[in-house]
Design a protein around this ligand. Structure first.
Ligand SMILES: CC(C)(COP(=O)(O)OP(=O)(O)OC[C@H]1O[C@@H](n2cnc3c(N)ncnc32)[C@H](O)[C@@H]1OP(=O)(O)O)[C@@H](O)C(=O)NCCC(=O)NCCS
Length: 292
């Protein structure tokens, strides 16, 4: 086992240091097989991210755990939390305690500032020892048969053409649900939009809102997210979909659409974990796609 001190240097709060930021991006790209170039080229890196990292003598970032601020709406109550992401150790440095060390440092920093830390992960077992717990998520189904459909102008959002529009909408957006909503800077949503991860992303100019929609196997339409200063009423949503299905699925609680929803358990490989009190008033819950 390599001692943490052997040639490694701990570093945090280095947003102003371009070389270190690039080294961190490289670690994230190589670990998670993603391309962060669009974030840099389209100038949408989150300035509020706080990285906790180790660098080697050649300036390579060998391990990292980042946190960033998130505004929360939990059971109708607004608040502030942090989310953790970009947790990685280079393969040759693994099992040397770097992850444990960096997560501990990051959580100490968070605990001094905000009551909640959350994350999404495919390996929840890693985080249980730090006090993170998992809550089951749900899928929401709304009967739309006979609901009015409004004729609305709608167009596809195309990236990078609509990058500035999307940045503004992310900056101004309102929570998608009063039961549970986590509003961050929007890096993941933006990156996924640029990478074409949403099966469709529409803009409704009259309501100044972007709507992410997926067509699921079996023909179900799922509303994945709504990004805007207001949440559009259901008739507008149906108009934007350009179709009137009997039932629409929502990835998040559709309480702000003024409709009753039936729920089913959501079975997923990734877990949403929270460290701190999770109010029962948030349940059943689901989360919009494109972010935590
Ligand atoms: C997961 C990862 C960050 C662990 O980094 P690391 O620096 O090797 O971790 P540590 O040496 O601090 O190990 C801490 C503990 O976690 C355990 N652990 C490490 N990797 C693990 C894994 N994939 N699953 C379960 N436990 C694991 C270690 O055995 C160790 O346990 P111990 O304290 O009882 O000895 C690293 O393997 C990695 O980058 N993986 C790919 C990216 C990833 O999965 N990121 C996290 C998901 S969000």
């Amino acid at each position: 086992m390599k001692a943490i001190s052997s040639g490694l240097r701990f570093c945090s709060h280095y947003a102003a240091d371009k070389a270190r930021r690039e080294a961190l991006n490289k670690l994230i790209e190589e670990t998670f097989d993603i391309d962060l170039t669009p974030l840099v080229e389209l100038d949408f890196e989150d300035p509020n991210v706080v990285p906790f990292s180790y660098f080697d003598e050649d300036g390579r970032c060998v391990a990292n755990a980042s946190v960033y601020p998130v505004r929360t709406m939990l059971g109708g109550v607004t608040g502030n939390a942090f989310a953790m992401q970009s947790v990685a150790t280079r393969p040759e440095w693994r099992l040397n305690g770097l992850f444990r060390d960096l997560v501990t440092r990051a959580l100490e920093w968070c605990d001094a500032r905000r009551p909640l830390v959350m994350l999404k992960t495919d390996t929840p077992a890693l985080y249980v020892r730090f006090g993170f717990g998992t809550r089951p998520r749900a899928r929401f189904f709304v009967k739309t048969k006979d609901a009015p459909v409004e004729r609305v102008a709608v167009r596809d959002i195309e990236m990078p053409r609509d990058a500035e529009l999307l940045k503004r909408l992310l900056r101004e957006r309102t929570p998608v649900s009063n039961r549970i909503s986590l509003t961050d800077y929007g890096t993941v949503f933006f990156l996924e939009a640029v990478s074409g991860k949403f099966s469709s992303l529409h803009y409704v100019p009259d309501h100044d809102v972007a709507i992410a929609v997926s067509e699921l196997p079996g023909g179900t339409l799922r509303i994945d997210n709504a990004i805007g200063r207001t949440i559009p009423p259901l008739p507008v949503l149906l108009g934007a979909l350009g179709t009137a299905p009997d039932v629409v699925e929502f990835a998040f609680p559709p309480d702000l659409f003024g409709v009753d929803a039936e729920t089913q358990p959501l079975v997923q490989t990734s877990a949403f974990m929270m460290r701190g009190a999770f109010p029962g008033t948030c349940e059943p819950f689901g989360l919009p796609l494109g972010g935590i």
